[in-house]
Design a protein around this ligand. Structure first.
Ligand code: PCA
Length: 226
């Protein structure tokens, strides 16, 4: 039996951020996966329009392998790790992406707010136990390309019954990329160990999470437009 698969996305440079550790961490996880897991990673364009398309393509390509988790990574300004609970389906920011698109110009609403089905408090605790000093939980994914991407991750994974999650990582000057990769790897390994039934029929949290994701994506579809 192949090991459970985790899909991981990261981003490259944007605005004044010339070095984006999220790309390095995603690539490092594929190169050297956490014990007990397989990882496929993908760098996404920092683009309001292209990132969601890439997300759907990436998740669709691996859907037959039934990933246990789709994890989005992006960098934030502050020096801590931040688990995002939700992605709003409306982009109002004046910030410009790498294609020159102003967020607010997207105009129409993408969809309802989507939430991860995973227990972020438990996941944050696990990341602390893996050695990260400062880990927080947020209801505001920033309103820029990461939030748009998170919405797409929740949508693309959710409609296939797969759990999705977004983790904002600190800038590399606060926590070097290699340290970040080590921490995220140890965190995923702990997750895989605790949820040995990750793929599983029986007691695994992700089994329940997947069932919940299926339910909530149905709900999300039903309740649109909000
Ligand atoms: N962070 C940005 C977009 C790309 C990234 O790494 C964000 O937080 O929206």
């Amino acid at each position: 039996m192949p090991l459970p698969l985790v899909l991981v996305t990261g981003f490259g440079p944007f605005e004044d951020r010339r070095h984006n550790p999220s790309r390095a961490v995603a690539a490092a996880l594929e190169r050297e996966p956490p014990p007990g897991l397989r990882v496929r990673s993908r760098e996404l364009p920092v683009s309001f329009l292209a990132a969601p398309r890439e997300v759907e393509r990436f998740v669709a390509r691996h859907a037959r392998s039934r990933p246990v988790l789709v994890l989005g990574l992006g960098v934030q300004r502050k020096g801590y790790f931040r688990f995002e609970r939700r992605a709003r389906g409306r982009t109002t920011t004046r910030r410009v992406d790498n294609d020159g698109t102003v967020g607010a110009s997207l105009g129409s609403r993408v969809g309802p707010t989507l939430r991860t089905t995973l227990d972020v408090r438990r996941l944050a605790r696990l990341l602390r136990e893996a050695g990260a000093h400062d880990v927080r939980i947020s209801n505001d994914a920033g309103g820029y390309v990461c939030e748009r991407t998170y919405h797409a991750l929740l949508e693309s994974a959710g409609k296939r019954g797969v759990a999705a999650l977004f983790l904002h990582v600190p800038p590399a000057k606060d926590v070097p990329s290699r340290t970040q990769a080590r921490l995220v790897r140890a965190w995923l390994a702990a997750l895989a160990r605790q949820e040995s039934a990750m793929r599983g029929r029986s007691s695994g949290v992700s089994g329940r999470a997947a069932a919940k994701a299926r339910k909530s994506s149905t709900k999300a579809r039903r309740s649109r437009p909000m």
